[in-house]
Design a protein around this ligand. Structure first.
Ligand code: TMO
Length: 321
């Protein structure tokens, strides 16, 4: 008998300890932690979301994280939201966390994306068989630098499979990884000014759509098996003998607990939507016109009340405005 009582006491003690331990967590949960990655439109939308939250009296803060590192933080609830998850660069990890029920999707934007190797149109005068990827090796010298005869492909911190693709497709290229979109912008602008061949990671929608003419390289068409079954595709030994999806999605995601913890904030995330020209315009203002992403977000909210006002009107936000 006394043994049972002791057990129950112990249980109670555990309960109280657990409650005390989770208290800071619960208080903390009121501030929405928004992930900032490393390209312009993602920054602008993060700022817009933060300001929408402030209109319903919800605090938020930004947590800078690389795309690769963000999944751990989302899974363990150290951050709440990522507003721009692109298929071409982030599908693998996203799919894993959805499959293990560790992440909450919050809808897609009505946007068709592409993220892949890209060159300005004037390069085709020197390498007319482009955009076919099989032209790349014959034209490697156009993109080489210094004594190394291999072509150079510039990319950012996002794309994970380039080395594997270079190997699987036998490309005579080396990869230079740059820290963020601004570094890629510098390379592209410089080459464009001098009409020099350049091969770099680009995506659409982006400011480049509005300012420059260019093409994505056509690699063998993407299929999910290309990344999971070595025997798929032209190289029977290696994965990644294909391009990125030619029409990819962009999704919004949240930590698993977020919808329950802050239903109003989650409903705003779900309602918030942007189209291709919005994203291209955001990138243009930041990457080309040197405006801060915060300023771009303030301007957008000022000029587009009819777009966002109804994003704040879900019943879960009723007592907040
Ligand atoms: C994820 N990104 C837009 C940089 O390709």
């Amino acid at each position: 008998m006394s043994y049972v009582i002791m057990l129950q006491r112990k249980k109670l003690l555990y309960c109280i300890t657990a409650m005390l331990l989770s208290l800071p967590q619960a208080l903390h949960a009121q501030t929405v932690r928004i992930i900032l990655n490393d390209w312009a439109s993602q920054h602008v939308i993060s700022h817009i979301y933060s300001q929408l939250l402030s209109k319903v009296n919800i605090d938020s803060k930004f947590v800078p994280l690389p795309t690769d590192g963000q999944w751990y933080y989302l899974k363990y609830n150290y951050v709440d939201v990522q507003v721009e998850v692109w298929q071409g660069t982030m599908e693998d990890k996203l799919a894993q966390l959805i499959a293990s029920n560790d992440l909450q999707e919050a809808g897609s934007y009505p946007i068709e994306t592409r993220e892949d190797w890209w060159y300005p149109s004037y390069v085709e005068l020197l390498c007319p068989k482009l955009p076919d990827w099989q032209a790349l090796n014959d034209c490697a010298h156009l993109f080489s630098k210094g004594d190394d005869p291999r072509g150079v492909y510039y990319t950012g911190p996002w794309e994970k499979n380039d080395h594997a693709r270079v190997r699987a497709l036998g490309l005579n290229y080396r990869i230079e990884s740059l820290p963020d979109d601004a570094a890629l912008v510098t390379i592209l602008k410089q080459a464009y000014k001098l009409n020099q061949p350049v091969l770099l990671f680009n995506w659409t929608p982006n400011w480049v759509d509005v300012q420059y003419q260019g093409q994505f390289v056509d690699f063998p068409a993407y299929a999910p098996e290309c990344e999971t079954k070595p025997e798929w595709g032209m190289n029977k030994q290696f994965l990644h003998d294909c391009g990125n999806p030619a029409t990819g999605w962009i999704k919004k995601v949240a930590a698993k607990e977020f919808p329950k913890a802050l239903p109003c904030a989650f409903s705003i995330l779900e309602n918030m939507t942007f189209n291709s020209s919005d994203l291209a315009q955001f990138a243009l203002q930041v990457n080309q016109q040197s405006q801060s992403s915060e300023q771009v977000s303030i301007d957008w909210l000022q000029h587009n009340p009819t777009r966002w006002q109804h994003w704040l009107t879900s019943p879960s936000c009723d007592n907040r405005r």
